[in-house]
Design a protein around this ligand. Structure first.
Ligand code: UDP
Length: 458
């Protein structure tokens, strides 16, 4: 019997690849065949960590295509990368699909694309292939994207996406949002901001509208306002929790699993887990301040210190630091984060609030210390601190530094705060309930898979 063949394509970044791989794994578990398309750069990184060995199923095939950049271009320049992809990848993807369809008995009948890769929509339309959009970030971000025209009409932003100084609420059941936290205003520099607005968001809006289906790695419990505003967006998350019995796949770095044995030796609910995802960069001064703050807390900590990417320097610990910390702290270059957050020794999560980290922390009932860096992370912090009330924010001082004092005092406050701990645990229960058989995320995922299989509308 032939399998239905789906092509899945993420935006080339860690926080986009992992959740789409998880979705793809759900598809193959249900008998769909998946060709997972990474850019060559990302494919190489994943394969260098042995991700191929972890390749979830015989039904999944990993392939790679060019991102359209020149070999000398800096892949970490997200603006340049995004521009190149939107200009050049449509032709490259079309060739790949033609090639697959010529040589494979099972032709591609459905494309599932990250909504941040809006250009894919044009390829799907041109080739007459059904398109589903995947939302790897909060549904709120996609709701903002789908509301862009209204935001312009209401003059909350101008036609170039620049916000006026006014708060906005997309619907009465959605949180009040500060347009200064919209993703395309938080990319770090105005040129990248503009590229993101023009490509990822304006074209992402068109793609989301044109898509036959949209599935989101979130839950109704977490974001009722956004899901009720756009019923076309279907919550299917948390996808990682759905797959808890297996290992997470799609990592760009090798996980250091020795931290799990170290966690086993710590007291229940005692460890501060510190990790800022795959992109956040601190300057040396902030790095030292954080190191000294963790020392000051006198508590055990597990700290992910990613080696410098893009040729930037590796961080230098304060003099004598590693000896002074001894076995009380453990620094590693990449964690098996899902397993860490699920470990009973972990007391709180100091996080940059990337959406995946947010979902993973919530799914494990862990209180947060929020330290957003860019993109949607400022808004995710609002969810955690103001809406769900499962964490506290770390604030910068007048010089732009999060000081030792601030870090130490917030760590103590979050660890002593029964209200936050209880909220985190209640939210965990509700969120995990969504993926149980027959509940909303589970039902949505199954109906989506049926739709892919049968070509019928839900
Ligand atoms: N992650 C991990 N080990 C680490 C740090 C992060 O496995 O040491 C994973 C984490 O579990 C999450 C992803 O990397 O699934 C990061 O995605 P997120 O959206 O949180 O942040 P981004 O990297 O996109 O900023």
């Amino acid at each position: 019997m032939k399998n239905i063949h789906v092509l899945a394509i993420p935006y080339p970044a860690q926080g986009h690849v992992i959740p789409l791989m998880e979705a793809a794994r759900c598809f193959t578990n249900n008998g769909l065949k998946v060709t997972f398309v990474n850019t060559e750069f990302i494919h190489k990184r994943m394969m260098s960590t042995g991700s191929e060995i972890d390749c979830p199923s015989d039904l999944m095939r990993m392939v790679s295509i060019s991102d359209g950049m020149e070999p000398c271009d800096d892949k970490n320049d997200l603006g340049k990368l995004t521009k190149a992809m939107f200009q050049r990848m449509p032709t490259i993807l079309e060739e790949l699909i033609n090639d697959i369809n010529r040589n494979d008995e099972e032709k591609i009948t459905c494309i599932i694309a990250d909504f941040c890769m809006g250009w894919v929509m044009k390829v799907a339309r041109k080739m007459g292939i059904r398109l589903a959009a995947f939302c790897p970030c909060s549904a709120a971000v996609l709701a903002v994207t789908m509301s862009l025209q209204k935001l312009m009409d209401d003059e909350v932003i101008n036609s170039r996406g620049v916000p006026k100084d006014q708060m906005v609420q997309l619907s009465t059941s959605m949180p009040v949002m500060d347009p200064a936290n919209f993703v395309w205003t938080c990319m770090g520099d105005p040129v990248t901001d503009q590229i993101f607005f023009d490509h990822m968001f304006l074209e992402g809006k068109e793609a989301a509208e044109a898509a036959d289906k949209i599935i989101c790695n979130s839950t109704m419990e977490l974001e009722p306002g956004a899901f009720n505003l756009f019923p076309k967006m279907l919550p299917v998350g948390p996808l990682l929790a759905t797959n808890r019995s297996t290992r997470q796949v799609g990592h760009f770095w090798n996980e250091d699993s020795t931290c799990l044995a170290w966690l086993d030796q710590q007291l229940v609910g005692s460890v501060i887990y510190v990790a800022f995802g795959s992109i956040t960069i601190f300057d040396q001064a902030q790095f030292e301040e954080l190191a000294l703050a963790l020392e000051d807390t006198k508590k055990p900590f597990l700290w992910v210190v990613r080696p410098g990417t893009s040729g930037s320097m590796d961080y230098v610990y304060p003099s004598g630091y590693v000896d002074r910390i001894g076995t009380r702290g453990k620094m590693i270059s990449w964690a098996p984060q899902q397993e860490v957050l699920n470990h009973p020794s972990v007391a709180c999560f100091m996080s940059h609030c990337g959406w995946n980290s947010t979902m993973e922390g919530v799914s494990n009932g862990v209180p947060f210390l929020c330290w957003p860096y860019f993109a949607d992370q400022f808004f995710n912090k609002t969810y955690i601190c103001d809406i769900w009330k499962t964490g506290l924010g770390l604030n910068k001082d007048d010089t732009g530094i999060v000081t030792r004092g601030e870090i130490k005092s917030k760590v103590e406050r979050v660890l002593d705060n029964d209200f936050i701990k209880e909220n985190a645990s209640n939210l965990q229960e509700k969120v995990m309930d969504c993926v149980r058989p027959g509940n909303l995320s589970n039902k949505n995922l199954n109906s989506f898979i049926d739709w892919v299989k049968e070509g019928n509308d839900l």
